[in-house]
Design a protein around this ligand. Structure first.
Ligand code: HGY
Ligand code: MN
Ligand code: MN
Length: 421
């Protein structure tokens, strides 16, 4: 058990400096980051975090899908207690989404190194490839391969929104590693992450104890109509792919509002062809992101979307093809892991509330192979996937200290006899 370390605290300034340094890579106006998975910016971010891992004495492995794990040995060999998240971002990313979980993990390692604290079990810090799924679907791609859910060969062939493949980009950035996948399961996995929603901030709560991650359904819809002259084609003779796309956008919005509860719906990506002011579009490609904390409600939303698509085919005489990009059922975290997070947060004198995660996370995939937990810290006004993403420094420090003590308990940290600081 942990002994002589109860007053151990992370170095908040050092963590803030690492967050700021990493945020300079792929920096965009407004203080955010754009490091799409497997881009040159992602490579530069990976190189920096790997350098930090090396400086902390971690032994670094890169697996065949580019997941990177740095391990600090314990007194025993065996599977590590792992902290982790991701360092790829969306195109309008903030500086905390994913990055906080990885850099707070490094901060825990450095704090233990400085204090001469040993652990019974090895400790690891990981970042997983392509958590966002914005360039290559699905999201959580790296952790899905790490845990054996997705076969590597299929994933390497996946083509992204720019037409290039995961495999060619992974090789291009030099992160097609040789560590095997699926990987050995960690002993436990803990992910510190910003909430990315407004709840903790609005309620003035310090720590979110994440009980589950809601279900996710991503569908790409391709509509084929007939291009025609915008001025001469009577409305009754149109097969307008653009109008059909607009109908879907309106439908999913109204459906989510009518369903209520946790149901959300987003059309985030859309393309028209030929995308010209005076031509009726003959092709539209759009994505629909549906989420719900309840699987049966999510299935109902999916069925209603497909029924609307079927009706559109007939009404507008267009062809419509749908392709599933990602589909994950809601994932509960083990009660003993949520209780552990809650107990440590309260021991730090922090306020807590239990809650689901609206966003997807690598932790939901790790939960299938080991005890997993998430620690949320507030996002000011709930902004995320937006350069306005912000978490107050005192919440960053609080979250990292909760991560520290949770990891110390899971890994059996103790000061060796005679070490005093
Ligand atoms: O889409 C998500 O929830 C995550 O940001 N990948
Ligand atoms: Mn994230
Ligand atoms: Mn994200």
């Amino acid at each position: 058990m942990t002994s002589g370390i109860s007053n151990l605290k992370i170095n908040a300034g050092r963590l803030q400096r690492r967050l700021a340094d990493l945020a300079t890579i792929g920096a965009i106006d407004g203080g955010g980051c754009a490091r799409l998975a497997l881009s040159d910016e992602d490579k530069a971010g990976r190189d920096l975090v790997c350098r930090w891992m090396g400086e902390l004495g971690l032994s670094i492995t890169v697996d065949a899908i580019g997941n990177v794990v740095g391990v600090r040995p314990g007194r025993q060999a065996g599977p590590p207690v792992m902290a982790g998240s991701h360092i790829d971002t969306v195109r309008t990313g903030g500086r905390f989404d994913g990055n906080l979980g990885v850099l707070a993990g490094l901060e825990v390692i450095e704090t233990l190194n400085e204090a001469g604290v040993e652990t019974e079990h090895p400790l690891a810090v990981a970042f997983f490839t392509n958590e966002e799924g914005a360039r290559f679907a699905p999201d959580m791609m790296g952790s899905l391969v790490f845990t054996g859910v997705l076969p590597l060969a299929d994933v390497l062939q996946t083509r992204g929104i720019d037409g290039s493949s995961v495999g060619e980009n992974l090789t291009r950035i030099g992160y097609a590693g040789n560590a095997p996948v699926p990987a050995q399961s960690p002993r436990a996995y803990v992910e510190l992450h910003i909430e990315q929603g407004p709840v903790l901030d609005h309620e003035g709560i310090d720590i979110g104890v994440v009980e589950s991650v809601q279900g996710i359904s991503w569908t790409e819809i391709e509509i084929a109509g007939v291009s025609n002259h915008a001025g001469t084609t009577p409305m009754s003779l149109r097969c307008d792919a653009g109008w059909a796309a607009g109908s879907i956008i309106a439908f999913v919005r109204e459906m989510a509002e009518e369903m209520g509860g946790s149901q959300v719906a987003t059309v985030g990506r859309i393309e028209f062809f030929p995308n010209l002011v005076n031509v009726v579009p003959n092709r539209a490609v759009l994505t629909v992101d549906l989420r719900n904390t309840r699987e049966e409600s999510l299935r109902s939303a999916e069925a209603r979307l497909l029924a609307h698509v079927a009706a559109l085919r007939d009404a507008e005489k267009v062809q419509i093809a749908t392709r599933c990009l990602a589909r994950f059922e809601p994932v509960p975290f083990a009660p003993e892991m949520t209780a552990l997070v809650e107990r440590h947060a309260r021991a730090h004198g922090l306020t807590t509330r239990r809650m689901p995660s609206g966003a997807g996370h690598d932790a939901q995939m790790l939960a299938a192979v080991c005890p997993a937990a998430m620690i949320f810290v507030p996002s000011v006004e709930g902004f995320s996937h937006n350069v306005r993403e912000f978490t107050h420094p005192h919440h960053i420090e609080a979250g990292a200290n909760v991560l520290l003590s949770v990891l110390c308990e899971l890994a059996g940290a103790a000061k060796p006899a005679g070490v005093h600081s």
